[in-house]
Design a protein. Structure first.
Lengths: 547, 288
């Protein structure tokens, strides 16, 4: 009797339990997201930004049996850079410029679409793109290209609040997926090509009130202000346009900071230009700076350091250590101690000639400026960029999408700061006509590998050496996913989506999706079936094993 | 449209000279004749404007030169130094993805952006807009200065005769397809690059135009000019003008030939003949 009573009691409350669990992405759930691999809760998969999933239904043995399940065609001709979230049977993906779409992750059919029309004065440098939403509780958060932050009801797509984070007419924009930490939502501003003064800011998730703001360029009287000559600090760029990471134990959030402005004329801003091209560790409760590490001081090549910080706990020289791995746009792979910011290791992963190496103690680059009119490696898009890397705790390898043997000829020109105007201060030419750049390309590769080629590479973090390289003919701007079955998924500008063996880099499966891949793949499981999803061209493609 | 007009004025010239400002053609209520005359004058002005738009010398050299500087800092990040990096857009060839018939259209695009594309709005003042448009309208000839141009008619004769160029190149639907089609080469290449190609073809050959030699697993040899390539395949036009697509996994051998089959005309042509052929090539602007 007692048993039966308890059973009915539970049954009575089951719908309530299920609903309350299903609805809530609590901050506690975000802390333990790797324990529930069937969902994808944050832009980079978890706070450590591993883009690694414990799912293993799709394996090297059966990956050739993947079949297309559905396609979602975005009503947008912009680049599709969005990483979808998948939470308890619903997928939330953004459609450029600033729409949110809630989909059934098994069929691709939409529940609702929230449409936002950004201000006509918004001027994102490199496309009206969006990389995804954050979720906390029952609320989605989207950062827009007119620099607004919008809270949206995840159940019906209705806006809850909409606040202006910065002035889009002055060149501020937001393209990144926000990061929810505790009861706040953290964002950063783009605009490094428009002479903004960059910042990271946290907003109360419930009220939309600003909790703190960290300027990425120190103001008068603050330490680091002396690293900018004259008034160059007031329009020095240092944008923040890719999502950071979070270590709950250290209570530090890590963010990569963009290039100083003007991009190419560093004589107009003498000094190291902190915290441009740096990694900053902030207290997420106050926004206070704990430490910083600058990759490229006084940068003249637009080497943003926005690459996603990957947090790894492993042994370093025999002792457990909290590491931060970052492969930088400047062509070097770095290992830092993420408690202190101490430089531990740095190795080039592509052809580099702007520096001959890094100082062994400080990690500061040893500069080798190239003569005027000659190519600098890597070129302006960098040896890597915003493309999400991945780390597999099983293989212990760091995976990354790179541009190899790619150069530009940089020429600086004087430029006067005018609010809302491009603030580049230089001309960037290619040694090859029509060489790859930020623009999308059509189905014909008009520059070929002679002007630079793509490669997916695996780096051993303990040595900084390449373990393997999967060479592609064209470059790519997509991210990487690894799984517990030791598969690696990635694509490139050619439109191929590939599965590789994460240990060896051997090709196991490929499909031609016919459009450039500019986003990172994600995986999730619904009703016992594992899916892998990737955006290519203007559409989102979902794959699962043939039933 | 009116709201797209810049509000700041600094320019030495009035904005949109060929456009009639609505305020200037307000009707006089008492005279139909005056109305008629006004419409007639307006039509004449518009016609004159449309003609003058394409006439050389309309844009001041100083404007063109300053426009080039603005273009290089503001526009090249997306459009490239040659104005052809965005698919479907080629400033030298006057090719746009949205209809552009007048300078006013260009002005509107620059000041308001193009919805649904990566083209943002720009805050240029009137003088800067005039300069950028002057440069856009003269981009194809801007860097022709400094390169000696001869007579295009004589150049055409040399192209088909002494130079033997027409035995490999196709122009406006005539000739073989073995070498690149030159129908729009004057719009897509700068004058100095054309000169360089005549003197040293290999040095200025675009990587995509390199010929390839492939041997299939069953021993078949295929040679041709590469049209496209990716990690797994290569697409080419073979020596018999067939479009051929090959999977690299099925090839025993695959070689990209980096030397051009085209001879140098350094010693074949006199400097006057070079200038003539150059003038002919530069006149090939393709169809818009």
């Amino acid at each position: 009797m007692i048993f039966r009573w308890r059973g009915s009691f539970l049954l009575l409350f089951l719908p309530w339990i299920a609903l309350s669990l299903a609805a809530q992405v609590s901050s506690d759930r975000l802390l333990h997201s790797s324990a529930e691999p069937q969902v994808w809760l944050t832009y980079s998969g978890d706070y450590s930004s591993h883009r690694y999933s414990a799912l293993q239904q799709i394996s090297p043995a059966n990956v050739k049996d993947l079949e297309l399940e559905w396609i979602f065609q975005a009503q947008s001709l912009e680049k599709f850079e969005s990483t979808p979230l998948v939470v308890d049977g619903v997928m939330y993906v953004t459609q450029a410029p600033d729409d949110v779409v809630a989909l059934d992750p098994q069929t691709g059919r939409a529940f609702w679409v929230y449409h936002y029309s950004p201000s006509a004065d918004s001027k994102p440098c490199c496309g009206r793109v969006n990389r995804g939403v954050a979720m906390l509780g029952d609320t989605l958060f989207m950062a827009t290209i007119d620099a607004h932050l919008i809270a949206i009801d995840a159940k019906n797509g209705h806006p809850i609040w909409n606040i202006k984070v910065a002035d889009s007419a002055a060149g501020y924009a937001m393209t990144l997926a926000p990061l929810a930490i505790k009861d706040e939502v953290v964002v950063g501003v783009a605009g490094g090509e428009y002479g903004i003064r960059g910042f990271i800011a946290a907003y109360q998730a419930k009220a939309g009130k600003e909790a703190w703001r960290f300027y990425t360029i120190p103001g008068p009287g603050e330490p680091g202000h002396e690293t900018w000559s004259g008034d160059s600090w007031s329009h020095g760029g240092a944008s923040v346009w890719v999502t950071g990471s979070y270590d709950p134990e250290l209570n530090l959030t890590y963010w990569g900071i963009g290039n100083p402005g003007p991009d190419f004329n560093n004589a107009q801003r003498e000094g190291d230009n902190l915290y441009s091209d740096s990694l900053v560790a902030l207290d997420p409760d106050t926004g206070a700076l704990k430490w910083h590490f600058q990759f490229t001081p006084n940068d003249p090549h637009d080497y943003d350091a926005v690459q996603i910080p990957v947090l790894v706990d492993t042994k370093w020289n025999g002792n457990p250590r909290k590491l931060l791995l970052s492969a930088n746009r400047n062509g070097f792979f770095y290992v830092l101690d993420r408690s202190t910011g101490k430089f531990l290791l740095g190795q080039p992963f592509a052809k580099v000639n702007w520096a001959s190496g890094l100082d062994k103690e400080t990690g500061r680059p040893i500069l080798t400026p190239q003569p005027p009119g000659t190519p600098t490696y890597p070129g302006v898009q960098g040896a890597t960029n915003f493309y999400s890397p991945s780390y597999s705790p099983r293989t212990g390898l760091f995976y990354l999408s790179t541009w190899q043997d790619y150069a530009n000829i940089f020429q600086e020109t004087p430029v006067e700061y005018k609010a809302g105007q491009r603030f580049g201060g230089g001309i960037v030419n290619s040694p090859f006509p029509n060489a790859p750049g930020v623009s999308r390309r059509g189905p014909v590769n008009v520059y070929t590998d002679a002007a630079g080629r793509g490669a997916l590479i695996a780096i051993d973090p303990h040595t900084g050496q390449k373990k393997w390289s999967f060479d592609m003919f064209d470059v790519g701007t997509g991210g990487i996913l690894t799984t517990a079955s030791d598969l690696l998924f990635a694509g490139g500008r050619e439109g191929y989506f590939q599965a590789l063996d994460a240990y060896s880099g051997k090709l196991l499966w490929k499909v031609n999706l016919g459009g450039d891949i500019n986003a990172g793949p994600v995986t999730y499981q619904v009703d016992g079936r594992q899916y892998v999803v990737i955006a290519a061209g203007n559409s989102l493609f979902a794959f699962a094993l043939r039933k | 449209m009116q709201s797209a007009w810049p509000t700041k004025t600094r320019g030495v010239r009035p904005a949109g000279r060929w456009m009639v400002h609505p305020a200037r053609c307000r009707r006089e209520p008492y005279s139909r004749l005056l109305q008629f005359l006004a419409v007639f004058v307006l039509l004449v002005l518009l016609q004159f404007g449309a003609q003058a738009q394409n006439a050389p010398g309309q844009y001041a050299q100083a404007d063109i030169a300053y426009g080039a500087q603005i273009f290089n800092t503001q526009c090249t990040p997306c459009h490239g130094a040659n104005g052809d990096s965005v698919p479907g857009v080629n400033f030298r060839a006057g090719q746009f993805r949205v209809p552009v018939t007048s300078d006013f259209d260009l002005r509107t695009i620059i000041t308001t952006g193009v919805a649904g594309t990566a083209m943002p709005s720009f805050n240029f003042d009137t003088a800067e807009l005039t300069e950028i448009i002057a440069y856009l309208r003269n981009m194809s000839t801007f860097d022709a200065r400094g390169v000696t141009m001869g007579d295009a008619g004589r150049g055409q004769a040399l192209f088909g005769g002494k130079g033997n160029c027409a035995s490999c190149h196709r122009v406006n639907g005539k000739g073989p397809r073995v070498a690149p089609d030159l129908s729009d080469v004057g719009a897509t290449r700068t004058a100095d690059l054309l000169l360089k190609t005549l003197l040293d073809p290999t040095a200025s050959m675009l990587p995509v135009n390199r010929s390839v030699r492939a041997v299939t697993r069953d021993g078949k040899i295929i040679t041709g000019r590469r049209l496209n390539e990716d990690t797994y395949t290569v697409e080419l036009i073979d020596d018999h003008e067939n479009l051929v697509s090959l999977e690299k996994a099925n090839l025993r051998e695959y070689t990209v030939i980096k030397t051009s089959a085209m001879p140098s005309y350094k010693d074949t042509f006199s400097s006057q003949e070079i200038a003539d052929v150059l003038a002919y090539l530069f006149s090939l602007k393709g169809s818009k």
